[in-house]
Design a protein around this ligand. Sequence first.
Ligand SMILES: Cc1cc2nc3c(=O)[nH]c(=O)nc-3n(C[C@H](O)[C@H](O)[C@H](O)COP(=O)(O)OP(=O)(O)OC[C@H]3O[C@@H](n4cnc5c(N)ncnc54)[C@H](O)[C@@H]3O)c2cc1C
Length: 360
Amino acid sequence: MSHTATVADVAVVGGGIIGLVTAERLTARGLTVVLIDETGIAGGATGASGGLVRAFDPGGHHQAWAAAGLDTYLRQGWHGTWPRVRAQGSLTLVAEDALPGAVGAVTELRAAGHKADVLSAQEITTRFPGLAVPDDLAGVYEPEAGWLPVRAVATAVLRDAGPGLRLKRARATRLLATGSRTTGVATTAGQVHAPAVLLAAGVGSTPLAASAGVHLPLCTRSVGYCLFEPREQADLAELPTVVDRTTGAWLRPWGTGSLVLAGVTSKETDVPATVRPGVTAREQQRVRDVVRHRYPRLAQAPGRGGTTAYDAMAPAGQGEVTVHTSPAGLVTATGWNGGGFKLAPAVGEFAAARLAEAVS
Ligand SMILES: Cc1cc2nc3c(=O)[nH]c(=O)nc-3n(C[C@H](O)[C@H](O)[C@H](O)COP(=O)(O)OP(=O)(O)OC[C@H]3O[C@@H](n4cnc5c(N)ncnc54)[C@H](O)[C@@H]3O)c2cc1C
């Protein structure tokens, strides 16, 4: 590995979807970027992601980011080059007490041009006979939403960035600063000098921020999925992506084959920041025991492996883009907690605008 110092307008640490989209948006503004990641691209949570995308994601500014993110995914990125959304429809199940909020969000989404409907439990089971939904739940159905092959998206974003982006396969070891201004990043393959730095390195952002005196508390949370092969294959092609906010279950068809990908939100934190193929028998049982209440065909379906992974979680449980004043020039975009893929186009655009301000 050659240890050469490089110069750019912005150094981005982290080649996940957040760092990649931000880097691409920076090059679209005519800025040069060095993207630093030891694993290349999509080696962290992004590469493991289920890739579910939808506009409905109530709560704070993530609702706006999810809607803007879906718009960009549906346009296949800013240059029309990303893979198309597998628009199998997205169904988000909510409890009765969350229904007024869901109706309000759907009204706003429709006013902004999104297709979304609130369906009763009966309407859902009539439309999707494979699903089981108790009468006291309702669903937000978005016919244009669905899922994306995440690695292909990451590759397309990198390609869109063009020659303005250089990928440096190295580990960032600390931030460089002069006085109260950031001046770049030290890496295992030399220094990157830049007047603005983005930390989008998941939990790897915490020690890097600390090297510049910035407190950025993050932990890992277990996020993974199992693959199942239902014996009853009828309707599989019509199965929408399902996110059940009452149980934490989520699922989608794996692709064109006969598998279903399913996960259940985990409370397990401080797990290793690694992505491994396969799941334990215990995890498979945990997922099956919950998901079968919404998709009964999984009750008897044999397991076909899965992925054991993680995402970075902030104490408030919500990802954030933060512009730091000390050192000036530092922006962080971290803590996406199992939901960052759908937000990434909007987060990247927002973070790129803040970094461009820091450079000017
Ligand atoms: C199993 C699973 C399923 C998911 N499903 C969905 C979904 O359906 N929809 C959705 O919206 N979201 C989903 N998510 C969440 C989403 O994938 C993540 O929120 C998002 O990918 C996070 O992107 P990121 O760029 O912040 O982090 P990452 O993808 O983790 O990227 C961070 C990068 O930083 C690098 N790095 C760390 N430390 C350093 C260092 N010191 N120097 C250099 N590089 C460093 C790592 O190698 C890594 O590549 C899922 C996540 C998982 C794990």
